[in-house]
Design a protein around this ligand. Structure first.
Ligand code: C2E
Ligand code: CA
Ligand code: CA
Length: 665
C-alpha cells in the first residue's frame, strides 16, 4: 500500500494525538481515583468515630437518639455526608434526616471501604459499620449506615471531568492545531510542491525552509531547467527544416491544423499553395548540389518577404515549398500575391559565382472549397501543380473539380492500359500515303488503336497523352516499334507490298528515357526489318523539350538508315529554324493548313512551305486531305505525297493490304 504525503502525515499525526490523549485520559483517571480514595477514607473516619462515640453513649436500644447532637454536628461540618442511619436487626432506629429512607436491602450498602471503586462510591447508597452496645451486660449489635450526598459527589466528579476537558481541549487542541499547521506548511506543502514541480515541471517552487528540502529543490530546478532547454531545442529541430530554416512538414501540418479550426469557426477561406522550382534537377546536375542547396536557401530567405506576416511558409522536400496564404480580401488580391512570388523566383540568381535563371510553378487549392482537411488540400494543390507544369511551367494554376476528375480518369486509364498491353488489346492501323503524281500507295503511317472490351475502339488522342504523362509510353512505344518492324518484314516478302515505306510516330517522352537508344537498337536489330523502308515521324516538340538527346537520337536513326520526317509542320513556333539545323527527309504539312487552303493566306502558307522544303531537298507530305479540290490544289503546287480520308482512313492491316492491291495494280 502506498500513501500520499498528506495521508502519511495524517496517520503519523493521528498516532501522536492518540498518544497524548491516552496520557491525558490516564491522568484524569488517576486523579479521579485519588479523589475516590480520599472520600473513602473520610467516610471510613466518620463511620469509625461515630460508631465509637455511639457505643459509648448508647446503653439502650430505645435511646439511640442520644447520638443526634453529635451526628448533627458532624453532618454540618462534613458536606459529603448526607445522613446517618442506625438499624437494629433491619429495623430503623435512628435517622438523622427528616427524609424517609428506604434502603433497598443490604445490597445498596457496602461495608468494605478499602480499594473502593469510583463506580461503587457513586452507586452504593451508603456505607456501614457496626456499633456494639451493652444492655444489661448483653452485647447488642447495631448497624450504623452513612449515606453520602450523591448530588454533591456527582457534582465534584463532573467538575473534575470538566476541568480536565477544559485543560485538554483548550491547551492540547491548540497545540495540535499549531503542530498540524507547522507540518502542513513546512512539510506537506513543500513536499507536495516539489512533487508537483517534478511531475508537471510547472511554476518554480519558492525557496524552502528546510535545508534538505531546499537542496532537493535546487537540484531538481537545475535538472528541469536543463531538460526544459533540451526540450525546447528538440522541439525547434522537429519543426524546422534544417537547410532553409523554414517550417518543415510537421510544423506546416501543426499550424495548418490550427488554421483550419480557426477558419472553420470564422467561416474564412485560405489558399494552400504547393510550389516547385522548375527544372531544379538541372541546376543540381549541371552546377552541383552545393549550388542547388545554396539557391534553395536564398529562395527560402526571400519567400517570407513577399507574403504577409501571418502566412505560413514551409519547405516540404527537395525543391518543394508549401505556402498558406490567409490574408487576402479577394481572389484578385490572392493572384497578385501569387504573381509576386512568381516574379521573386523568376529572376537571375547569383549563387557561388554562377548566374542561375529559374522559375517556379504553383498549384493552388482553396479551403474549404477544394478540401476541408490537410490531406485533401495537399492532394488537390499537387494536382493543380501538376497541371501548371503541363501547361508549360512558370505559372500558377488553381485546382478545379474538372481537373480532379481528369486526373482520376488518367489514373484509371493508365492502369487499364497496362492490363490492355498484357491482353493484346492494342493494334496498329495503317493509313495509306499516296504519291500525288502516280496516285499509287507508296507507304503507310502506323497509327495505334486500343480495342477495349469495355470502352470499344479508343482513339489515340485519348490515351497517348496519358501514357506520355505516366511514362507508360516507353513500354507501349517498344510494342509499337516491334509490331511495326515485324510488319515491314512481312511486307518485304510480298511483291506488291515490298516497296511500301512504313512510318512510325515517336513521342518526346520516349526519347527522354535513358535507355531509349539501346532499346531501340536492340528491337530494330532483332526484328530483321529493312530500315530503308522505315521512317520515323517526329514533332518539333521533341527538339524544344529535349534539345541534347534529340540530336543524338536523330543521328542514331540516320546512322541506322531510317528516314526522318517532321510531323505536324507549322503548328509550332520555330519550325523553320529546325529545318535548317536538322537533317529531315520529309516535311508533313499539318492538316490545319490543308483545311485552310481556300483562303488567300492559307494558299500562301502552303505554297511557301512546299517551295522552302523543296529548296532544302526535302519531300512534302500533305496531311488530312479530304477532298478532290484539295488534292488538285496540292498537285498544282507540286506537293509530293498526300495522306487523308480522300484515299482512306487508317485501316486494320488486312484491309490496308487489300486496298494496296486494288489501288496499285
Ligand atoms: P498524327 O501523327 O498527326 O496522325 C495523324 C492523325 O490524323 C491520325 O489520327 C489520323 O487518323 C488523322 N487523319 C488522317 N487523315 C485525316 C483526314 O483526312 N481527316 C481527319 N479529320 N483526320 C485525319 P489518329 O490516328 O487519331 O492519331 C492521332 C495522334 O495520335 C497522331 O497524330 C499521333 O500524334 C498520335 N499517335 C497515333 N499513333 C501513335 C503511335 O503509334 N505512337 C505515337 N507516339 N503517337 C501516335
Ligand atoms: Ca504522325
Ligand atoms: Ca501529323
Amino acid at each position: 500500500m502506498k500513501l500520499s504525503i498528506k495521508a502519511f502525515m495524517l496517520l503519523l499525526y493521528a498516532i501522536i494525538v492518540l498518544f497524548f490523549t491516552s496520557i491525558s485520559v490516564y491522568m484524569y483517571i488517576s486523579q479521579r481515583d485519588k479523589m475516590v480514595d480520599l472520600i473513602a477514607s473520610d467516610v471510613q473516619k466518620n463511620l469509625l468515630e461515630v460508631s465509637y462515640y455511639a457505643s459509648k453513649v448508647i446503653d439502650n436500644v430505645n435511646n439511640v437518639s442520644v447520638v443526634k447532637p453529635m451526628i448533627d454536628r458532624r453532618i454540618a461540618s462534613n458536606e459529603i455526608v448526607d445522613r446517618f442511619l442506625i438499624f437494629h436487626n433491619e429495623k430503623l432506629l435512628f435517622n438523622s434526616s427528616l427524609v424517609n429512607s428506604d434502603i433497598s436491602g443490604k445490597n445498596g450498602i457496602s461495608g468494605n471501604l478499602k480499594n473502593i471503586s469510583f463506580y461503587d462510591l457513586l452507586h452504593k447508597q451508603g456505607f456501614a459499620t457496626n456499633i456494639y452496645i451493652y444492655q444489661q451486660d448483653q452485647q447488642i449489635r447495631l448497624n450504623l449506615v452513612l449515606i453520602l450526598n450523591h448530588k454533591l459527589l456527582q457534582q465534584n466528579f463532573s467538575d473534575l471531568k470538566i476541568n480536565f476537558l477544559v485543560i485538554y481541549c483548550v491547551i492540547f487542541i491548540f497545540v495540535y492545531l499549531f503542530l498540524w499547521k507547522l507540518i502542513d506548511k513546512y512539510l506537506i506543502y513543500t513536499l507536495e510542491k516539489l512533487r508537483q514541480y517534478a511531475y508537471y515541471n510547472s511554476s518554480i517552487p519558492p525557496v524552502m525552509m528546510i535545508k534538505e528540502l531546499e537542496y532537493i529543490r535546487s537540484s531538481m530546478l537545475q535538472t528541469f531547467t536543463r531538460l526544459e532547454v533540451e526540450k525546447e531545442k528538440l522541439y525547434k529541430a522537429s519543426i524546422t527544416d534544417e537547410l532553409s530554416g523554414l517550417s518543415n512538414k510537421n510544423h506546416l501540418e501543426e499550424r495548418l491544423g490550427r488554421l483550419i479550426s480557426r477558419s472553420r469557426r470564422d467561416k474564412k477561406e485560405f489558399a494552400f499553395v504547393f510550389m516547385d522550382i522548375d527544372h531544379f534537377k538541372d541546376v543540381n546536375d549541371l552546377l552541383g548540389h552545393s549550388v542547388g542547396d545554396k539557391l534553395l536557401v536564398d529562395i527560402s530567405k526571400k519567400l517570407p518577404d513577399v507574403v504577409r506576416t501571418n502566412d505560413i511558409v514551409a519547405r516540404i522536400g527537395g525543391d518543394e515549398f508549401a505556402l498558406v496564404l490567409s490574408e487576402y480580401s479577394s481572389h484578385i488580391e490572392l493572384t497578385m500575391i501569387l504573381e509576386r512570388i512568381l516574379d521573386m523566383v523568376d529572376s537571375e540568381w547569383h549563387v557561388e559565382g554562377h548566374k542561375v535563371k529559374i522559375s517556379a510553378s504553383m498549384g493552388v487549392s482553396l479551403y474549404p472549397r477544394d478540401g476541408e482537411n490537410i490531406e485533401n488540400l495537399l492532394k488537390n494543390s499537387d494536382i493543380a501543380l501538376f497541371e501548371a507544369k503541363n501547361k508549360g511551367r512558370a505559372r500558377y494554376n488553381f485546382f478545379t473539380q474538372e481537373l480532379n476528375e481528369k486526373i482520376i480518369t488518367e489514373i484509371e486509364t493508365n492502369n487499364q492500359m497496362r492490363e490492355a498491353l498484357k491482353h493484346g488489346e492494342f493494334e496498329l492501323y495503317y493509313q495509306p500515303k499516296v504519291d500525288i503524281l502516280s496516285s499509287k500507295i507508296i507507304g503507310a503511317e502506323a497509327l495505334i488503336r486500343w480495342n477495349s472490351p469495355t470502352k470499344g475502339l479508343v482513339p489515340p488522342n485519348s490515351f497517348i497523352p496519358i501514357a506520355e504523362n505516366s511514362g507508360f509510353i516507353v513500354e507501349l512505344g517498344e510494342w509499337i516499334f516491334k509490331t511495326a518492324f515485324n510488319q515491314q518484314l512481312e511486307w518485304s516478302q510480298q511483291s506488291y507490298l515490298k516497296d511500301l515505306v512504313l512510318s512510325v510516330n515517336l513521342s518526346v517522352k520516349q526519347i527522354a528515357n535513358d535507355k531509349f537508344i539501346d532499346t531501340f537498337q536492340t528491337i530494330f536489330t532483332n526484328s530483321g526489318a529493312d530500315s530503308r523502308y522505315l521512317e520515323i515521324e517526329l514533332t518539333e516538340s521533341v527538339f524544344i523539350n529535349s534539345a541534347g538527346q534529340a540530336l543524338e537520337v536523330v543521328n542514331l536513326f540516320r546512322s541506322l538508315g531510317f528516314m526522318i520526317s517532321l510531323d505536324d509542320f507549322g503548328t509550332g513556333y520555330s519550325s523553320l529554324s529546325y529545318l535548317k539545323k536538322l537533317p529531315f527527309d520529309i516535311i508533313k504539312i499539318d492538316k490545319t493548313f490543308i483545311d485552310d487552303y481556300n483562303s488567300i493566306s492559307g494558299k500562301v502558307y502552303i505554297d511557301t512551305i512546299i517551295k522552302m522544303g523543296h529548296s532544302l531537298g526535302m519531300k512534302l507530305v500533305a496531311e488530312g486531305v479530304e477532298t478532290q479540290e484539295q488534292l488538285e490544289f496540292l498537285k498544282e503546287l507540286e506537293c509530293n505525297i498526300f495522306q487523308g480520308y480522300l484515299c482512306s482512313k487508317p485501316l486494320p492491316v488486312k484491309q490496308f493490304e487489300e486496298l494496296v492491291l486494288k489501288t496499285n495494280s
